[in-house]
Write a protein that binds this ligand. Structure first.
Ligand code: MN3
Length: 259
């Protein structure tokens, strides 16, 4: 076996040495072109449209949220849907260097400062990019933990407990007609609230700060749950990364403390 591998290596090395000479023979040149044997970046992260915005890695395996969210849905959702928002956003801001230097959160928070002719594009594609970027972080493998710390105190003060929060969040998610998002948000008053937005609109554009969100577009659940949005929302709670939500809440409170 070893001998066989060794001679195969020698054979390939011999071929590589022939590259310049064989470049004119398309079939042979294609057979030994380097990018077939040395894959670099995962295809999903390679920007299809050059620009300032990039698809963040998922941070866990596609099947890590099984059985609640299936691997196929996660793969298409991240690698196709989110990637498409990033590509469309990069296309939209082409020729606008003043926007390219901003991060996505600044851009979404200040939609009014975006030139009118591309504002809808930034709202839809930029919203899609930002919303999904935080959405991936709000889920984690290994099941849910309870909220803790300042966030737990704020949930008790605003809703009278986590179960009540979940009930209001689920109701708002079910009441959203068509595609959109459901959110747990806070604002300068430090209180928590539940809201829903249409399409890819983000609470940041209305002065609210997202603490947690769930994607209500059918692409987020249709393969496994078909029309059963309630089942999807219910199962999704098993994936929630409460530590991430608590960290966002603490970071926001420390920036806006005392106001
Ligand atoms: Mn989505």
């Amino acid at each position: 076996m070893k001998e066989k591998l060794g001679s195969r290596r020698q054979f390939l090395a011999g071929l590589a040495a022939l590259v310049p000479a064989t470049a004119a023979i398309p079939a042979l040149a294609a057979a030994i072109k380097p990018d077939e044997t040395t894959p670099s970046q995962p295809a999903a992260l390679r920007p299809a449209v050059q620009g300032p915005f990039a698809l963040p890695p998922l941070g866990y395996a596609f099947d890590a949220l099984e059985p609640h969210i299936d691997a196929k849905t996660m793969s298409i959702h991240h690698d196709k849907h989110h990637a498409a928002y990033v590509n469309s956003l990069n296309k939209t801001v082409q020729g606008h260097p003043e926007l390219c230097s901003k991060n996505i959160e600044e851009l979404i928070r200040n939609l009014q400062s975006v030139p009118e002719d591309i504002r809808d594009g930034v709202r839809n594609f930029g919203g899609g990019h930002f919303n999904h970027s935080i959405f991936w972080e709000f889920m984690m493998p290994g099941g849910a933990k309870e909220p803790a710390g300042e966030l737990a105190d704020a949930i008790n003060a605003s809703f009278g407990g986590t179960q009540n929060l979940k009930g209001k969040f689920n109701d708002a998610g079910m009441a959203r007609f068509g595609s959109g998002w459901v959110w747990l948000v806070t604002a300068n008053d430090g209180k928590l609230d539940i809201m829903s937005t249409a399409n890819q609109d983000c609470p940041l554009s209305g002065g609210k700060y997202p603490i947690l969100c769930n994607d209500l577009w059918e692409h987020a659940y249709y393969l496994k749950y078909q029309n059963r949005r309630a089942d999807y929302i219910g199962a999704w709670w098993n994936t929630v990364n409460w530590d991430k939500a608590a960290a966002r809440f603490a970071a926001y409170a420390s920036r806006h403390g005392g106001s």
